[in-house]
Ligand binder design. Structure first.
Ligand SMILES: [Zn+2]
Length: 331
């Protein structure tokens, strides 16, 4: 588990780690993807469980509790997240992530919380992320726990899409709007991680820099490979472009196209670009040739496609069909 908070979270962390008895039993950390919500919740969990935390509330990393956490075997900690599909799929290259948190996981949590905590006088921490991954049955089972919380149990809940949660769940939580980094904070942090082209990465991440690092990918290097293809517009070679774009999987390819399309749309409307300000001139030339109705139709198609991007079959073929739509936008 990560045991650190991002610079833009420091004051919030100090507040919650030191809140003591006044802390609500269920904290819901919500905000957009890529600003470090999960790392925050994990660090808070470690700090709350640690027997000798540092003055700033960060766990010591040395005590028995910290060792248990590091080994993923803390008796007073439970982390609930969509589980990987089981061994049946192990022959395939990419393990498929299950999409939902299911009721069996929450039932197991009920059983666990019915027992007393391991450490005398200690607290138990339950971390659930992302909360919107719970199906309805799981949500209702969790609701019971939130309504009648077990003693000395801290729920830490993380959500990227608060609007997808049941109102009954929301009403049982203290909602915490997670801070986003300023440009200066984000840039400084990326530079401290030795990220090449930090300013480009900042813009490309849409102000959500932690996502870029999680993917462990040289985003700018990849951009330099795919952008010349997309820049060709109607003259683009679909097979070549597809070959570059599929390298990071279908979901990443779709994200590239969505960001590029948004900036094409912005450029066409003479608005500031969001993700590719460095390519303003190129995008302007391309945008002038656009047929707007086709761009909008393609955007909708990509949105629909995103829902099924986990599907492993015929990804190359599917991507080539999408790229054909791309070319058609330019007449
Ligand atoms: Zn410790």
């Amino acid at each position: 588990m990560i045991n650190n908070v991002y610079p833009w979270q420091e004051s919030l962390f100090a507040h919650w780690v030191h809140a003591g008895e006044g802390r609500h039993h269920a904290l819901l950390f919500h905000g957009k993807t890529g600003i470090g919500k999960l790392a925050f919740a994990q660090t808070l969990a470690a700090g709350l469980l640690c027997s000798q935390p540092q003055a700033n509330g960060i766990a010591c990393g040395q005590c028995q509790s910290c060792h248990w956490l590091a080994e993923g075997a803390h008796p007073d900690f439970r982390e609930i997240t969509p589980e990987d599909d089981d061994a049946a799929d192990s022959s395939k290259k990419k393990t498929r992530k299950r999409q939902q948190i299911v009721i069996d996981q929450i039932r197991a949590l009920h059983d666990y919380l019915a027992l007393t905590s391991h450490q005398v006088g200690g607290m138990r921490v339950v971390l659930i992320h992302p909360l919107e991954a719970m199906n309805v049955a799981a949500s209702n089972a969790l609701l019971k726990l939130l309504e009648e919380p077990p003693q000395r149990t801290q729920f830490l809940l993380v959500s990227h899409q608060r609007q997808a949660l049941l109102p009954t769940i929301l009403s049982r939580c203290m909602q915490v709007d997670m801070p986003v980094p300023s440009h200066a904070q984000g840039l400084q942090w990326l530079q401290a991680q030795s990220v090449a082209q930090a300013d480009w990465v900042w813009h490309y991440s849409g102000g959500a820099p932690t996502t870029v690092l999680q993917d462990d990918l040289d985003w700018h290097g990849w951009y330099q490979q795919w952008s010349p293809h997309l820049t060709r517009g109607a003259a683009m070679d679909i097979a070549l472009a597809g070959g570059v774009l599929i390298k990071q999987g279908m979901a990443a390819a779709i994200q590239v196209l969505q960001k590029w399309l948004l900036d094409l749309w912005l450029s066409r409307h003479q608005l500031p670009l969001r993700y590719h300000p460095d390519a303003a001139a190129t995008l302007q030339t391309l945008a002038a040739k656009l047929e707007l109705s086709r761009l909008l139709a393609f955007q909708q198609q990509l949105n629909r496609f995103k829902m099924t991007a986990q599907h492993p079959l015929n990804q190359e073929l599917q991507l080539e069909q999408l790229l054909l739509q791309y070319k058609k936008m330019f007449g």
